[in-house]
Design a protein around this ligand. Structure first.
Ligand SMILES: NC(=O)c1ccc[n+]([C@@H]2O[C@H](COP(=O)([O-])OP(=O)(O)OC[C@H]3O[C@@H](n4cnc5c(N)ncnc54)[C@H](OP(=O)(O)O)[C@@H]3O)[C@@H](O)[C@H]2O)c1
Length: 215
């Protein structure tokens, strides 16, 4: 069992924390307003959960999930995350995040931006293409026919294996899209972004994805 730190405890963070606690992990939650604003969620999650500052959540986690609006990733603490597996759930919505030139001209991807901010961490893109509510309703035991699959992408093989084990434990098959730079294949407006897909369908969606400029 691991301690999972959360930078962000909104729709996705709280849902992943529920799955983590249900599966026996400890969670340390943080947000932008301070630990006292997370009292209700901590109470709901029970004794395996506590709230902290973002720095303390980053320090405490064996694995740390960054799940905040993309525009705020530069505030994610860097040093406490050195050497750690960092799960990146983030997506780019210009109307929320403002325009980010490197994403608009597709010279990088969202998870590569977080990796650039955290050069000593092992960033794995995951949980970005499933609606928050579905995380706790669509999971099924390993081996179930037509089980829903979720994509990972990352540059570190061991880090990806760690996150893949977590996803399997949370109730989903895993499809590896390759390195972080392939993460665009599951970004907003691609075929696999949102709908329920099994592993075979998701692989097909990844292959069919087109960059914005190619549409
Ligand atoms: N919602 C979905 O179904 C979904 C699905 C897949 C991926 N995503 C992506 O996952 C990310 C999180 O989405 P969400 O829907 O969970 O967002 P959300 O409900 O708006 O929650 C965002 C969380 O991030 C916290 N936060 C914001 N800035 C922060 C900072 N600088 N440091 C620490 N915490 C900070 C917020 O805390 P405060 O409330 O205190 O500000 C809040 O807890 C986004 O990039 C989103 O695009 C969302």
């Amino acid at each position: 069992m691991a301690t999972i730190g959360f930078i962000g405890a909104g729709k996705i963070g709280s849902q992943l924390a529920r799955l983590a606690v249900k599966n026996g992990h400890e969670v340390v939650l943080s947000n932008s307003r301070g630990p006292e604003t997370l009292a209700g969620l901590v109470k709901e999650l029970g004794p395996r959960a506590r709230a902290a500052t973002a720095v303390d959540a980053a320090k405490a986690g064996d694995i740390v999930v960054v799940t905040i609006p993309l525009k705020n990733i530069r505030s994610v603490p860097v040093e406490p995350l050195a050497g750690k597996v960092v799960v990146d759930t983030n997506n780019y919505y210009p109307q929320r995040d403002g325009h980010i030139a490197e994403l608009d001209n597709e010279t990088t991807t969202t998870a590569e931006l977080l990796q650039a901010h955290l050069p000593k961490s092992k960033v794995v893109k995951a949980f970005n293409h499933i609606y928050a509510a579905s995380l706790t309703t669509e999971g099924l035991p390993s081996g179930t026919k037509e089980r829903r699959a979720l994509v990972i992408a990352g540059d570190d093989r061991d880090a990806k294996a760690t996150v893949a084990r977590l996803i399997d434990q949370f109730g989903f098959d895993v499809v590896d899209a390759g390195p972080l730079k392939e993460g665009w294949r599951i970004q907003r407006d691609t075929p696999g972004y949102g709908p329920r897909r099994n592993a075979e369908e998701l692989r097909r969606d990844l292959a069919a994805a087109k960059r914005y400029a190619a549409r």
